[in-house]
Design a protein around this ligand. Sequence first.
Ligand code: ADP
Ligand code: ADP
Ligand code: MG
Length: 664
Amino acid sequence: MKKTFSKILIANRGEIACRVIRTARRMGVATVAVYSDADAASMHVAMADEAIHIGASPVSESYLVGSRIIEAALATGAEAIHPGYGFLSENPDFVDAVKAAGLIFIGPSAEAIRAMGLKDAAKDLMTKAGVPVVPGYQGANQDATFLANEAERIGYPVLIKARAGGGGKGMRKVDKASEFLDALAAAQREGQASFGDAHVLVEKFITSPRHIEVQVFGDNHGSAVHLFERDCSLQRRHQKVIEEAPAPGMTDAVRHAMTDAAVTAAKAISYSGAGTIEFIVDGSGPLREDGFWFMEMNTRLQVEHPVTEAITGVDLVEWQLLVASGAPLPMAQDALQIDGHAFEARLYAEDPTKGFLPATGKLEHLSFCAKARNDSGVQSGDSISPFYDPMIAKIITHAATREDALDGLLDALGETQVAGTATNAEFLSALAKHDGFAKGHFDTGVIERDLAALTASDPLSEEHIAFGAIAALDLDPSRRDFGFRLWGEAKHQVQFTYEGEQIERQLILCSDGSVIMSGDNTRPLKLSAVKVENAHITARSGATGAIRKAQVRVATRNAEQLVSVLFGGVVRDLLLPDPRSGSLVTSDLSDVVLAPMTGTIVGLDVAVGDRIDEGAKLGVMEAMKMETALVAPRAGTVLEVSCAVGDAVEGGSVLIRLEEQPDA
Ligand code: ADP
Ligand code: ADP
Ligand code: MG
């Protein structure tokens, strides 16, 4: 291994910090982690050789404070800083400050980041370099009437984009002229609020769009190569959900044209390090050489870089360290080849059945499929805090063909087990099974169009309840020492709540070791040959006698027991009141609107005295990149609004009070 640095600091957290540390260690480079209060006990801190505390949990007081990070690097003798993605990775002022401190930034120059930082300037630059850009207006005139005329000229539908935008924010699709001005105001507001820049550009909205991007890599000696493309068309609200490489339906000619354009773009700004050129592609028919347009460049390592690593065999972080230390690109273009097909799915702590509400909480159990690459920054017992991106892991599979890699992804998702917090695992599995996607016929609108089917969750099964009850009651029929048995049978009563609903069942342990569960309005379920081994329960189930295996975890949460039952990737969390605490008193919540999560109030649509209907939108909250509507629990009159736009509020706090229920 070539000598690069003796020690580097990683200015990030979570999975990407862990991923960088892994390669650094393999290369004999010592690592320094930085962390906030919330991350003191996190995986990246434990993995690094040293760790420095840099501030409080909010990112604005820790991971975004460049000066503290640079101080930490100087104090520990690190020679270079790896920014990961997000946070300070695309902040040119930070790059300047790193350089001024005599340190090396593992990434492109501040000039290259500035050149690509604003979408309008980047498009102008690319046009000059001869790269096709999305038709539109990206000039200085921001007059609303002028922009509306431009939209007319471009032709509807159009997309208004905040030029400083990122993460799918500050964008509005407009289908007709009458909607333009409202959409413009919304995009400007979002641009100002999230990026401090209200400037927008207007683009032709490409119909049946696919997002195909090219991984590029440059060095400090003027060379640049590409590492082929990734297809990131499976998106929800302009954010990627499942990515793959190579792109389905790609031909040699189109690949040649796209990768050529990408390398031209990189060379136009003397790009050094890992970067991604994003193209929007006409996906209405077969891919065409004249059917792709530059959207933006991401001047950093991308979240989805592992699919490129899988098909090329290149460790992109290793290349980043080599190139930043001054080495030439390790491989020439001719030596790079595509081997097979790869997928990545982003596993998030969020609840697709509740509008993808970000979830927080302790991961009572987390385990992955051994056959997949699982990039994660958390483990069993860790918590998903409300302060950061709720990503739990990236699950990556690789095989000789697309079909096999997709099968592998389905298997891997099925074997991924998370207990304690809601996840999008079932949604990802549904996507991986989606017919159009499986055939390689899809565009960026697939998820939105098929959302209802993709987020439909199987109801709670009697098997989940029965396995949960066996674990909760600590029964092991095979031990035959359960409870006090009368006349060869023992009866147990169990009461759970599942998503607020009461479930009552009776379990009878028969002298032959089988268990019969029954309840009102449910068909009795018989489990035989029940075996309990630690957290694993196996039994023959129902009339068919099919063998069912579940993992069941029991954890104490507040005054309740949390019983998590996992069949493959499908987890159901049942709550069992702690017998010691007596009956749980739940207050009547129909008079109040609570914050669904810890975050910021970004919109309020009501004031004291307003009459509202049930289900009316009262306001909007944001946590990280996700917006969630505040919804009226019933019709009534607003009595009190105890928050204002811009307030940071704790999950569960009362935001709005309605007048008392007339009949309550
Ligand atoms: P990509 O195309 O690589 O997903 P994004 O711009 O969507 O690029 O974001 C990359 C990553 O940066 C995200 O997955 C997230 O972890 C982080 N990130 C982006 N925007 C924010 C933000 N506003 N707050 C916190 N993290 C962010
Ligand atoms: P961000 O900085 O938020 O990543 P992008 O410009 O990369 O913004 O756009 C995000 C996503 O929005 C793209 O991946 C694509 O799905 C969609 N998109 C962007 N531009 C267009 C366009 N002109 N036509 C259709 N869809 C687009
Ligand atoms: Mg983008």
